[in-house]
Write a protein that binds this ligand. Sequence first.
Ligand SMILES: [Zn+2]
Length: 208
Amino acid sequence: MGATGKDLTQSAQARSTVGTEKKGIVAVKTILQLGNPGLREVAERVVDPAAPEIRVLVADLGDTLAHWRASTGYGRGIAAPQIGVGKRVIFLQLPGAEAWPLVNPEITWRSADKIVVWDACLSFLSIFMQVERHREIVVRYQDLQGEWKEVRAGEQRDLSELLQHEIDHLDGILAIDRITDMRTMCTREEFEKRYRAGSPYAVAATKR
Ligand SMILES: [Zn+2]
């Protein structure tokens, strides 16, 4: 938020020593929880995706997501604002796939067709809900070399809904803002007991 490149470098250095759970070279950051105003801020565009502080940020996102995945069984994607960094960077780690950082991602096309899916968030993992998403989208983004790329995402591997969730974070929008019916809201325990098998969170996320 209004930080200069110098500030960012300093904060990247600060982050590597403060608020960091050190496990070798792994840096697990605290994930902001629902109610933290940082989750509601609009993130800034990244001017130079190849900058060292963006590499540090992507490594932090990867380590933090891996930690949550290992300790909770949830976590396919994470957005920079969730670890308190107001930059337009998201990071996906789909089961069995390569780590996938997306810088300055923007949705350039949305299908008129929509779907209703179960969703949750590492920023409020105790609550699950049904949300509405576009069935297919096209996303334009930069890789860590700054090269522009485009991906068409559909229901395969639940990629479309995942990208919509993470890109929403960059605009301060949370899954709870997309609830179709408040009565679908449930606790994690009830979700796992009743609905998980038919959701994107099923262990082998290969349905559809
Ligand atoms: Zn989230």
